[in-house]
Design a protein around this ligand. Structure first.
Ligand code: BTN
Length: 254
């Protein structure tokens, strides 16, 4: 068993914070140990050796200079399950804004700061345990040199590159957990539309032509914004609006 330190009550919604010095992937660990995790437990790795992004892409992080965490969510509104990524993106966007880093949001899970991607969210569902593991990767104090040699599908940046200052990953985590709670409460009181409004106000794909890989096809068209349930609307080459619930924006064409 990997060694970790437990800090009771320091996770999400009264859950514990489990701190690992080094682990392959916080999402992988959480999914493999769901039975031992409580609702709101947060798994944090100072160093992640096999971090995963969406579609099994590698997620680069650097010891102590990235925030790599996973939230174990056992209690959630089923109708909100597919929107938790968007809620987390908006929460992180709010945290970064308070540090004077302004992001646009790229459907479904990316935060883009002025010089590149700064954070990504990876939500994974264990349908048998009825649990969602929400993985958050944020580039905190990575330098241009750290990122220069990576073969990235899009440019990357960090809080330090954007602000010129060093930031404390643990403090950012606390701020994120608080803001995530606030955004979840907002969806409870005002509905998902309140969170989606924030997305629409800073939508990275607004007005763009895109190429989208869905589970069943490759689609080209014009991005038409979000539907009321957070799906992506694409006007395809036959002038038909397609509603995409799952997929990847392979490229932004113009
Ligand atoms: C993406 O942009 O595709 C999502 C990246 C998510 C990375 C985080 S880091 C913590 C958690 N553990 C992982 O292995 N992945 C997520």
């Amino acid at each position: 068993m990997d060694q970790f330190k437990i800090i009771e009550g320091r996770g999400f919604a009264g859950g514990a914070l489990l701190v690992f010095d080094k682990i392959d992937s916080t999402n992988s660990w959480a999914l493999a140990n769901l039975a031992d995790c409580g609702n709101g437990d947060v798994i944090l790795a100072v160093e992640q050796t096999a971090g995963r992004g969406r579609f099994q892409r590698e997620w680069f992080s650097s010891s102590g200079r990235s925030l790599t965490v996973s939230l174990v969510l056992k209690q959630f509104k089923p109708e909100l399950a597919s929107n938790l990524t968007q809620v987390a993106v908006i929460a992180m966007g709010g945290v970064l804004m308070r540090h004077n880093i302004f992001c646009n949001y790229k459907w479904p899970n990316d935060l883009l700061a002025s010089s590149g991607k700064i954070a990504g969210i990876l939500a994974e569902l264990d349908s048998i345990a009825d649990t969602i593991v929400l993985g958050i990767g944020l580039n905190v104090n990575l330098t241009v040199g750290d990122l220069a040699w990576l073969e990235l599908i899009q440019p990357a940046t960090s809080m330090q590159i954007e602000s010129g200052n060093q930031h404390d990953p643990m403090q950012i985590l606390d701020e994120f957990l608080c803001e995530f709670d606030t955004m979840l409460n907002l969806t409870n009181t005002s509905g998902l539309s309140a969170v989606l409004e924030k997305w629409r106000a800073s939508d990275a794909l607004s007005g763009k032509s895109v190429e989208v890989t869905t589970p069943s096809s490759l689609l080209r068209g014009r991005y038409m914004g979000l539907s009321d349930d957070g799906s992506m609307l694409i006007l395809d080459e036959d002038e038909v609006v397609q509603e995409i619930r799952a997929g990847d924006v392979a490229s932004v064409l113009a």
